[in-house]
Design a protein. Structure first.
Length: 684
């Protein structure tokens, strides 16, 4: 069969202005799929690991997966990759928006920025794929919403914009990139790297049409099946009603909510932040990202207080928890205003919120003594003032702009900065060990999404079915046991790698496995249908493992050591309950076997070093020397490990029927409750 036309990689040197286009080869697709997979290889092949993250030697890479624009559920994602100025190691951030579909439609899957401009610039990508560098002096200093509106108006209706705000310009290490006005690449400081290159924005003009698909009938068949199952899903029905805000109540009940810089996980005011209170008071419209059957996004308006009338778009659990409870703030009006501000200034609400929470505890405990001003937990005006100080690098804000880890070193307050490999990660729960382990093994530092163990989060029948088939264990009965957690995290990490490489949204896909869909076999079918390739499910899994090995190899070049796999702990304080310390102090290490089993599945040594055998098995022998892979005989091949877990769950007829019945009943109940709440809101 004839090869389908594939998109290109655009290499843009911001020092010289040179632009070079390169075709994505079949071999590159087979080994790394797309999106963050190809991003990872490009970064690993560079010498970025040897230099500071803000050096011109660092690359900034935007990667769009081949599934983007295909019509598959939530096929609109992009990954931005670089050496992280927060962790000094591998960094990436995933986000959605129509920008990504526009870019793929004009024939470009990857943008690779090298060098540095000596003055502010923005990049224009025209509808036929031509790339221009234009002066951005007039845009420098503008907040993200203003930049987006100005450039979209300048370059025509339907143009999409990705940009940074003042935080990125002033090299705040946790600066974010804002795409399509309300989508945020927040984690690991990609906006800081963009600012260091004096790149203010990227604009993609609108082009009529859609990305090409080799076998549209096959892709449509899977898409239609997925959409049917999504609409019947309890998990996604809950997501449609409450979005990711449903996690506030769930994590509160699990004792995993970050409150006042993790001094506790409970407060009587937390219930004010349950999703229903936001929906009842401030939601104005439910909406969905393009191609998404869930619709977890929300438009909102502040209905009370000094910010009454202020409007916004999109809200997720991570931003709410980071800005709100972390800083002792429990009223929706203040949180919504601060969320809007963080996006307009352009910094990560999670890392930024954590850093501010760290500062507030330092003020509380007298570590920072300021005769003129004392900042306090629960004071939204204090948090707002600190946001501005951070983005302007003024006073204490100049220290905080370096992130919680670096700020703690300056202030000699390391015990109040809860980081994993320099990334704010909070504390972790003994009741959910797989989730806790995933923070530790994330290749981008302590993180909640790299290995999001979705099959174990929602509980009940749905978690049990998947865990039984894939991991040969009972999920809920074993949440607090170390047994088999290494394989659980490894599987979920590889699953997430593939989702990201295809350009799909994890939240939209999480409901499908419990219905027997969206496993590695279907990912292979989708990729083959789009690109005319011949992936098997095992090859998809191996591609994900290959991506992990290069990300881990990059981190090892940057100095990763075995002792860096360490959970932060809350030390004993008079005002911190013993029970909270006990619940969040994890003593699971080599003896109990979580990390050793994870290393075993990854083909690493017990010390976490890469091995020659696994690199040879994955066909990446060329990187053995660069990664300093060691000869180690006791490496179990992937094929043997796949006898301990399955890549795909084959649900029985009885399980499928039970799933349908339970989903139908619960969805009807949830719909009635939601309709009742909406009628009540309209009547008032």
């Amino acid at each position: 069969m004839e090869k389908i036309h594939d998109n290109q990689i655009a290499y843009i040197n911001l020092t010289t202005g040179e632009v070079r286009l390169e075709e994505i080869t079949r071999e590159l697709r087979k080994n790394y799929i797309g999106g963050p997979g190809i991003n990872t290889k490009i970064l690993y092949d560079s010498d970025a690991a040897d230099y500071d993250a803000l050096s011109e030697k660092n690359l900034l890479i935007f990667g769009i997966g081949p599934g983007v624009g295909s019509g598959l559920p939530a096929s609109n994602r992009c990954t931005v990759t670089a050496k992280s100025p927060i962790t000094d190691a591998f960094g990436d951030s995933n986000l959605g928006g129509e920008f990504n579909i526009r870019l793929r439609t004009v024939g470009i899957d990857h943008l690779v920025f090298s060098g540095k401009s000596d003055h502010p610039v923005y990049v224009l990508i025209k509808e036929q794929g031509q790339i221009e560098l234009l002066d951005a002096a007039e845009l420098w200093g503008m907040q993200t919403e203003e930049v987006t509106e100005k450039l979209a108006a300048r370059h025509g209706k339907g143009s999409e914009v990705a940009c940074i705000g003042p935080a990125g310009e002033n090299l705040v290490r946790f600066a974010s990139i804002i795409m399509s006005k309300c989508h945020v690449a927040g984690r690991t400081g990609m906006g800081c790297v963009m600012g260091s290159k004096k790149l203010k924005a990227i604009v993609v003009e609108k082009k009529t049409g859609k990305p090409e698909v080799w076998n549209p009938e096959k892709v449509k068949e899977i898409r239609d099946q997925w959409i049917r199952k999504c609409r019947a899903s309890v998990i996604l029905r809950s997501g449609k009603i409450q979005g990711t805000l449903m996690l506030i109540k769930r994590y509160h009940k699990q004792g995993a909510l970050p409150i006042r810089n993790f001094q506790t996980s409970d407060d009587k005011k937390v219930k004010d932040l349950y999703a229903e209170n936001f929906l009842y008071k401030h939601e104005t419209k439910r909406k969905a990202c393009i191609y998404c059957p869930v619709g977890c996004a929300r438009e909102y308006e502040i209905k009370e207080g000094r910010h009454k009338g202020e409007k916004g778009d999109r809200l997720d659990y991570g931003a709410v928890a980071g800005i709100g409870p972390y800083n002792g703030i429990f009223d929706w009006a203040s949180i919504l205003h601060l969320k809007n501000l963080s996006d307009n200034l352009g910094f990560d609400a999670i890392e930024g919120g954590s850093t501010i929470g760290f500062l507030l505890e330092c003020y509380q405990r007298g570590i920072i003594a300021d005769e003129e001003k004392t900042y306090e937990f629960g004071n939204a005006e204090d948090v707002e003032e600190l946001m501005y100080k951070i983005c302007r690098r003024e006073g204490i804000g100049n220290i905080a702009a370096e992130g919680a880890y670096r700020a703690s070193l300056v202030l000699h307050a390391e015990k109040y900065a809860f980081c994993i490999r320099k990334s704010s990660a909070g504390l972790h729960s003994n009741s959910h060990l797989a989730k806790s382990l995933s923070y530790l093994t994330s290749t981008r530092g302590g993180d909640h999404l790299k290995g999001y163990v979705f099959t174990s989060v929602f509980g009940g029948f749905f978690s049990e079915v998947v865990s039984k088939h894939i991991f040969k264990t009972k999920a809920e009965k074993n949440f607090a046991k170390a047994d088999k957690k290494g394989r659980v995290v490894c599987w979920h990490e590889n699953y997430k790698y593939v989702i990201d490489c295809l350009g799909l949204c994890l939240f939209a896909v999480t409901a499908l496995p419990s219905a027997g869909a969206a496993y590695f076999n279907e990912f292979a079918e989708i990729t083959n249908g789009i690109l005319n390739l011949d992936f098997t499910d095992e090859e998809m899994f191996a591609a994900a493992d290959r991506i992990y090995q290069l990300q881990n190899g990059f981190n090892l070049e940057c100095g990763l050591k075995l002792e860096d796999y360490h959970w932060p702990e809350r030390k004993k304080e008079n005002d911190v309950e013993d029970k909270f310390i006990k619940d969040t102090t994890i003593r699971v290490g080599e003896k109990e076997g979580m990390l050793p089993e994870y290393f075993r599945y990854r083909g690493l040594t017990p010390e976490g070093a890469p091995t020659v055998k696994r690199f040879e098995e994955l066909g990446i022998s060329r990187y053995i020397k660069k990664a300093k892979a060691v000869d180690y005989d006791d490496v179990i091949p992937i094929q043997a490990l796949l006898k301990e877990i399955d890549l795909n769950a084959k649900l029985t007829q009885k399980e499928n029927k039970m799933n349908e019945i339970m989903s139908s009943l619960i969805c009807k109940l949830m719909t009635k409750q939601d309709e009742k709440a909406l009628r009540r809101r309209r009547s008032e």
